[in-house]
Each structure stands twice: as structure tokens, then as C-alpha cells.
Design a protein around this ligand. Structure first.
Ligand SMILES: NC(=O)c1ccc[n+]([C@@H]2O[C@H](COP(=O)([O-])OP(=O)(O)OC[C@H]3O[C@@H](n4cnc5c(N)ncnc54)[C@H](OP(=O)(O)O)[C@@H]3O)[C@@H](O)[C@H]2O)c1
Length: 307
């Protein structure tokens, strides 16, 4: 079995892990000639010529949960299934990041840090937890894991997805007609949506204004879901209390971007849930074995929906 790998980051590490997980396969770096003969391809942020070069591949594996970096998801439509990572160690990391963000906002750690800078000993009145509803945009692999963890911390949790969910103890909102009601009851908004035609610029001024005054926003999905200028103006006029942002339209976030120095914005460099080589190689190997045995696999991207 021939597999081509297009992984600009740590190609040696990926090759070693994949060779270990699939000892019977020939795993080589992508080239147009090798691509033409490949049974499978494993890619991260492929250049535009990579997908069309895979003329006889049985599947393309994306080294991440989001497939928005595939130049044209529909290029493989009807021909080569595109398969994303599902969880592969990312859910646990996302849970850590979002639980930290939720507790940081709910327990007002930033306000206490500011008081400490002024040597001010002043307990703040605690808001009842019931009133601090956390709304998660996206209830897929990562959104549902985060929702479960927040319920475990006894937060009131609601999710928004395309299709309605039945997650125990979690209110499920579905589709555009229910987005306004979802946002109106959300004190901490967590974005875990894929970046698609429908979700690009979803969180603009009109939608973010539906959050109650004093709400916070956490974006751990993709930068272009949020309209930066609209988020900044709602932070500046006091409608929103804060934002914790891990993903951005341009990455690395340019040094001149106002997010860097905004007093109510926390910036992290796209680290909320990184792809883990070992876990991902094992998941891909397992899926290849299933495909070879004619079995179904999870994580096949719908080329029309784009996730
Ligand atoms: N920052 C990081 O380090 C990092 C790491 C990993 C992933 N991510 C991002 O997180 C995203 C989510 O990952 P995942 O594995 O949880 O994906 P997933 O399992 O595909 O879940 C996506 C969720 O979004 C919902 N959704 C998609 N389009 C929608 C729309 N137009 N309206 C309403 N809901 C919509 C889906 O609804 P249905 O359930 O109804 O289909 C689903 O619940 C990825 O696409 C990626 O961009 C970021």
C-alpha cells in the first residue's frame, strides 16, 4: 500500500509515527509522481495542486479536525472521500482550555488580577451560577465533550448546531431560526463551529449584540467566524465584558492587530487543541484498516456542507 504524506510541520515525526502504525505501508513525502500512484494521502494545509494530483487515492486524511485549509473541499467530491481527525486527543485539550476560560470569566480572575495590581483587597459579589449560562456554538465531537465537562462543573449549558441534539442535561438549539434565542440566553459564548460558507462572519455586530450585556466570547474554532471589528467595538462600548481568543483571521496574529493590547482580550497562539502525532497516526491507521476491510469510518467530510 502506497501512502503520500504532505505535512510541512514535523514531517520526520509524522513519517516515523505512521510507519510504526502501518508497518506494511510505503509512506513517502508527497510528489506529483508518487501522488499519481498513491492509495491514500495524509495532508495538512495542502497546496492547491495536491488534491487534484491524487488520481487513484481511496481517501485523503486531513491532519486536523477542521478541513477549511483544504483549497477546495469539493474538489474531491464524488471521487475521493476526505476524512478528518475526530478527537484523536483534541477533545481533552479543548475541555481544559474552555473550562479554564469559563472559570476565569465566572470567578472574575481578571478583575481580581486588576485589583491585585492596585493592592486592593475587595471581595466581589458572586453571581448565582444558574444565571451564568454557557452557550456552545457547535455540538460535534469537540463541542459535546466541552458541554459535558461544563455540566460536570455544574454550569447551565446550551448548544447550537444544525441538527437538534439529545445530550443529557443540555438544552439544544438548532438552525438559524433558533440562533437569536440561543444567543439571548448565553452569558459565555464558546465557538466550536467549523469554518464553512455558512459560518464565515457568523458572529457579526448584529449577532454578538444579541448576547446579554456583560457577556464574554471564547473563540477556539476558526478566526473568520468572528468579525474582528464588530467584536472590538462591542468590547469598547462595554456591551461585551471580554474575549478569549485562540484563533484569528491571520495567523500568526499580526503585531499591529488591536487584539494584542486590548485590556479585555486574551490572546493565545492557536494552542487550544493541537494535533497529537501519536494519537492521530493511530487513528488514521485504524481507519485505513477499516476502509481496506470494506467497513465504514467516522469523520468523513460532507463536501456540500464543508465539514
Ligand atoms: N483551535 C484549535 O486548536 C482547534 C482544534 C481542533 C478543532 N478546531 C475547530 O473546531 C471545529 C469543530 O471541531 P469538531 O471536531 O467538533 O467538528 P464536528 O464534530 O464536525 O462538529 C461541528 C459542529 O458544528 C455544527 N455546525 C456546523 N455548521 C453549522 C451551521 N451552519 N449551523 C449550526 N451548526 C453548525 C455541527 O452541527 P451538526 O451536529 O448538526 O452537524 C456540529 O455540531 C473544527 O472544525 C475546527 O475548525 C480548532
Amino acid at each position: 500500500m502506497k501512502i503520500v504524506l504532505y505535512a510541512p510541520n514535523d514531517a520526520a515525526g509524522w513519517t516515523a509515527a505512521l510507519r510504526h502504525a502501518l508497518p506494511q505501508a510505503e509512506i513517502e513525502p508527497w510528489s506529483p509522481e508518487r501522488a499519481a500512484a498513491a492509495d491514500y494521502a495524509i495532508v495538512w494545509r495542502p497546496s492547491p495542486d495536491v488534491v487534484p494530483s491524487l488520481r487513484r487515492a481511496k481517501a485523503i486524511f486531513n491532519l486536523g479536525a477542521g478541513v477549511d485549509a483544504i483549497p477546495d473541499v469539493t474538489a474531491a467530491e464524488g471521487r475521493v472521500p476526505l476524512i478528518r481527525l475526530d478527537d484523536a486527543g483534541m477533545a481533552e485539550q479543548m475541555v481544559e482550555y474552555v473550562c479554564h476560560a469559563a472559570l476565569r470569566c465566572y470567578r472574575e480572575f481578571d478583575a481580581y488580577a486588576e485589583q491585585q495590581r492596585r493592592a486592593l483587597w475587595q471581595p466581589r459579589p458572586r453571581e448565582p451560577k444558574r444565571g451564568f449560562a454557557i452557550g456552545i456554538l457547535g455540538a460535534g465531537v469537540l463541542g459535546s465533550a466541552v458541554a459535558d465537562a461544563l455540566v460536570g462543573l455544574r454550569f447551565t449549558v446550551r448548544t447550537w448546531s444544525r441538527m437538534r441534539k439529545a445530550l443529557p442535561g443540555i438544552a439544544s438549539f438548532a438552525g438559524m431560526p433558533e440562533l437569536a434565542a440561543f444567543l439571548a440566553g448565553t452569558r459565555l459564548l464558546v465557538c466550536l463551529l467549523p469554518l464553512t460558507r455558512e459560518t464565515r462572519n457568523l458572529l457579526d455586530r448584529a449577532r454578538l449584540s444579541l448576547l446579554p450585556r456583560g457577556a464574554c466570547v471564547v473563540n477556539v474554532a476558526r478566526g473568520p467566524v468572528v468579525v474582528d471589528a464588530d467584536l472590538l467595538s462591542l468590547l469598547d462600548d462595554g456591551h461585551l465584558a471580554g474575549a478569549i481568543l485562540d484563533v484569528f483571521r491571520d495567523e500568526p496574529l499580526p503585531p499591529e492587530h488591536p487584539f494584542w493590547h486590548h485590556p479585555r482580550v486574551v490572546v493565545t497562539p492557536h494552542v487550544s487543541a493541537v494535533t497529537l502525532i501519536q494519537e492521530s497516526a493511530e487513528q488514521i491507521a485504524d481507519k485505513i484498516r477499516r476502509l481496506e476491510a470494506g467497513l465504514a469510518v467516522a469523520g468523513v467530510v460532507d463536501p456540500v456542507l464543508g465539514y
